[in-house]
Design a protein around this ligand. Structure first.
Ligand code: ADP
Length: 197
């Protein structure tokens, strides 16, 4: 399978990928969002995930809820590589299948579309040859992540360093948009990029 009209939209945590995705949507492009699909698959696989990680990952048990608390699960998988791999082995195949099925629907429309995959280079499991990287400096990435997720510097660094660095992704990406200015500057960089499509 080759998804010839797909462009993988990627970045590093807090590099501005979601902000870029909203702008691309405003310009009328279709975006397949891997995170959204991942959330759906986590919900529909809740039983399997609880079997693997225990009931401690559920939301407030007093409420007799059977929903997974993503913060609690995140705390486990971000600090433990084996746990992360275990979760990935449960969810990735399901996420991949859904992304590919949505992408095939888009291919039939004949217009370029984006597949928003935060860990596109890390997972390296999609037949997509074009990619667009939203790039920023590590300092800004750290600052934006701390502010957005209310994390300490140490927690934020741990998350950033669990991914391939933006410097290395920059070399692998077919196109790069730099996001270290204002939102208006990001918007005009996206406009220039879209003119090249
Ligand atoms: P990602 O999806 O890559 O994790 P986001 O798009 O959520 O990153 O951006 C991370 C944070 O930085 C968000 O709070 C967002 O509003 C902010 N941000 C992104 N780009 C800019 C920018 N050019 N100027 C100011 N804030 C920005």
């Amino acid at each position: 399978m080759n998804l010839s009209l797909a462009i993988a939209l990627t970045g590093g945590i807090a590099s501005g990928k979601s902000t870029a995705a909203s702008l691309l949507k405003l310009y009328g492009y279709h975006i397949i969002c891997a995170d959204e699909i991942a959330h759906q698959k986590l919900e529909s696989s809740a039983e399997e995930v609880v079997r693997a990680f225990g009931e401690g990952i559920l939301k407030d048990r007093d409420l007799d809820s059977s929903k997974i608390d993503r913060q609690k699960l995140g705390a486990i998988v971000f600090s433990n590589k084996n746990a992360r791999q275990k979760l990935e082995s449960i969810l990735h195949p399901k996420i991949r299948e859904e992304i590919l099925s949505q992408a095939q629907m888009q291919e039939s429309k004949g217009i370029p579309y984006f597949v928003d995959i935060p860990l596109f280079f890390e997972t390296n499991s999609y037949p997509i040859s074009r990619s667009l990287l939203i790039y920023t400096t590590k300092e800004l990435q750290l600052k934006r992540l701390q502010e957005r997720n209310h994390l300490s510097e140490e927690e934020a660094l741990k998350r950033i360093e669990s991914q391939i660095s933006l410097e290395d992704k920059r070399v692998m990406a077919s196109d790069v948009i730099e996001n270290y200015g204002t939102l208006e500057e990001l918007q005009s960089a996206i406009e220039s990029y879209l003119r090249t499509l």
